[in-house]
Ligand binder design. Structure first.
Ligand code: UDX
Ligand code: ADP
Length: 471
């Protein structure tokens, strides 16, 4: 019977995942531990380090009851029946696999901590077998490496093992973490030891219907499923983006094409078929490249190349957008004010990691545009950090657009659909351009007002046809 759970890593994944676990399993004590003292202090305060709708209410209700945040890693690891490992696995910035492979230094140090905490409690005669759950997004076969580290610290083998390693990747999306955690499409648990897998199933079964808990996969299939899920979704968006380029060339409308494709039952609905200025976020780019790297490392260069093309087409989509802006504005944006609406990688989040808006802004700044930026959620500090302080941050869309030659929409925030575009038009230079990278504006209405409108994957504005291209 599981009584105590510990999670190493109080980050974006570990914090929300454990808060929901504590909420749904009142009989289990859940401790979230981290080497970073400030992070733990933040989790114990009213200003949590992770912002997700609904998270604070759950943390407030459970903290002090069966949910705690602590920097005493050793004690909680030693006490726990199940230890989740949810530490950061950033992409390596140097050495072998730089830019592609995961840096497993934090992960390895966490594995060693588990091993030594457990062997200390064994020496004190408190030995009990532990389930170690790999929660972080990791390369395929990392769990096997974890087993070796634990084994090397005297973990025993087979039925006598002091540890059983299980892979349980996390699939929630940013901005909807609580909803996704409370009502997941699936919970995936891969592992060799049936009792260990069963123990984890029993925890999730407190709130997840058993038919959504998949336990038939091996450790390695569970790990690969996480990479594959993100890569498939990224590939789906990228297919829509590649179609959008052709739509513009031949005069078709990508929304109509995507809708028609989505109506085929075999495609399974329209999610992740919206063309745009490119996908962003910390997961997609990272996991597509990790998948390609795994293919390369296993002697599968053709498969690797397929996945690399997803990233290459995503880069193309961003640079194609910048080229469209520059060529429309008569081949130069130097000294011209360009308003940018939206900087987050998607609506509903304040996160700019891998946001296509960052690259588009860099492209515009590289062509010496004067960029004026408005995003309803991203802080001024973050915008300036991502743009080396080279943009002006406006208080609202109207201020950003005042006096601008062009306006780019780069995040699909709802409020951009209902702006007073007549007012914006009145304040802009002529011709007044709108470049919609997210298909949010009503193209017909804006053209009636007098804008020259470009919207990704839509038939080109007659005004833009025949303008010299820029390379
Ligand atoms: C993703 C996965 O969805 C999630 O399962 C995983 O655990 C983490 O990575 P997230 O990064 O939060 O989640 O964002 P997601 O909602 O998947 O969007 C990723 C990017 O794709 C965003 O930039 C979004 O704007 C873009 N996108 C998405 C499109 O351009 N078109 C679409 O149709 C859908
Ligand atoms: P993720 O998005 O995967 O949750 P984050 O970077 O948000 O990643 O959080 C990972 C957390 O793991 C960080 O707060 C970091 O301090 C913590 N961490 C890294 N290594 C260890 C370790 N060995 N022991 C405890 N905590 C760790």
């Amino acid at each position: 019977m599981v009584k105590k759970i510990c999670c190493i890593g109080a980050g974006y994944v570990g914090g929300p995942a454990m808060a929901v676990m504590a909420q749904k399993c009142p009989s289990i004590e859940v401790a979230v531990v981290d080497v970073s003292r400030p992070r733990i202090d933040a989790w114990n305060s009213d200003r949590l380090p992770v912002h997700e709708p609904g998270l604070y209410a759950v943390v407030r209700a459970c903290r002090g009851r069966n949910l705690s945040f602590s920097s005493d890693v050793d004690r909680h690891v030693a006490d726990a029946d199940i230890v989740f490992v949810s530490v950061n696995t950033p992409t390596k910035s140097r050495g072998l696999g730089a830019g592609l492979a995961a840096d497993l230094a934090y992960w390895e140090s966490a594995a060693r901590m588990v091993a030594s905490a457990a062997s200390r409690s064994a020496t004190n005669g408190e030995s009990k077998s532990k389930i170690v759950v790999e929660k972080s997004s990791v390369p395929v076969r990392t769990a096997e490496a974890m087993e070796r580290i634990l084994l090397a610290h005297g973990g025993g083998e087979g039925d006598d093992a002091a540890f059983h390693v299980v892979s349980n990747p996390e699939f929630f999306s940013e901005g909807t973490a609580m909803r996704d955690l409370l009502c997941p499409d699936r919970v995936l648990i891969g592992g060799r030891d049936r009792d260990a897998v069963r123990a984890l199933v029993d925890v999730y079964a407190h709130w997840v219907p058993e038919d959504r808990i998949v336990t038939t996969t091996s450790l390695c299939s569970a790990e690969l499923s996480k990479l594959a899920a993100n890569a498939f979704l990224a590939q789906r968006v990228t297919s829509a983006n590649a179609i959008s380029a052709l739509c513009e060339a031949v005069g078709a409308d990508v929304s109509d094409v995507s809708r028609a494709v989505a109506m085929d039952r075999r495609v399974g609905g329209g999610a992740f078929l919206n063309a745009g200025v490119g996908f962003g976020g910390p997961g997609f780019h990272r996991d597509v490249l990790r998948l390609a790297y795994a293919c390369d490392c296993n002697g599968l260069p053709e498969a690797a190349e397929y996945w690399r093309q997803v990233v290459a087409v995503n880069e193309y989509q961003k640079s194609r957008f910048v080229r469209r802006v520059v060529s429309s504005m008569f081949g130069t944006v130097a000294g011209k004010k360009v308003a940018v609406l939206g900087f987050a990688f998607k609506k509903g989040v304040a996160d700019t990691r891998e946001s296509p808006a960052v690259d588009v802004c860099r492209g515009l700044l590289g062509d010496r545009a004067h960029v004026s930026m408005y995003d309803p959620a991203v802080s001024e500090k973050q915008i300036l950090r991502d743009t080396a302080g080279k943009v002006r941050v406006a208080r609202d869309a109207y201020e950003a657009a005042e006096g601008a030659h062009g306006l780019c929409v780069l995040t699909e925030w709802e409020e951009f659909r209902t702006l007073d575009y007549r007012r914006i038009f009145d304040g802009m230079q002529r011709p007044a351009f709108v470049f919609d990278g997210r298909n949010v504006v009503d193209v017909g209405k804006l053209r009636e007002i007098g804008f020259v409108v470009y919207s990704v994957g839509k038939p080109l504005d007659p005004w833009l046809k025949g303008l010299p291209a820029v390379a």
